[in-house]
Design a protein around this ligand. Structure first.
Ligand code: FES
Length: 129
């Protein structure tokens, strides 16, 4: 997580450029690529986050999903992730529509991996791509 002009504690500015902050809409998201790898970049309440782009369930492209109220919904099976923390909110809608079955399936879906990033002079940089 990083905020404009405020590098996270212990981090220097710099790193590998990922995208311009102006290209990520407020409370929105987009896919950004670096060295052939795609990342999901979100801006929620003025704070930028960089996550894995592929859903940890079956690899759905998260930037093609929907982002509402700080929660991104995977376009393939509707898993939901909090874009402030990367934590799984609800699991995929697969299998029988039985609550305990859905909870069991969700046990096998990880949280989103977040990558350390920093904003400097209108650019978002990956610290450890
Ligand atoms: S691939 Fe994202 S919920 Fe299945």
């Amino acid at each position: 997580m990083c905020m404009e002009g405020v590098p996270p504690q212990g981090m220097s500015t710099g790193g590998v450029p990922l995208c311009r902050t102006a290209d990520v809409p407020p409370n929105g998201m987009r896919a950004c690529a670096q060295a052939g790898k795609e990342y999901l970049v979100t801006q929620q309440d003025g704070v930028f986050h960089v996550f894995q782009h592929k859903c940890p369930h079956r690899g759905g492209p998260l930037s093609k999903g929907r982002l509402q109220d700080g929660v991104v919904t995977c376009p393939w099976h509707s898993s939901k992730f909090d874009v402030r923390t990367g934590k799984l909110v609800t699991g995929p809608k697969v299998g029988p529509e039985v609550p305990f079955v859905r909870k069991f399936i969700a046990l096998f879906v990880r949280n989103l991996r977040e990558y350390p990033s920093v904003v400097n002079d209108g650019m978002l940089y990956l610290q450890n791509p």
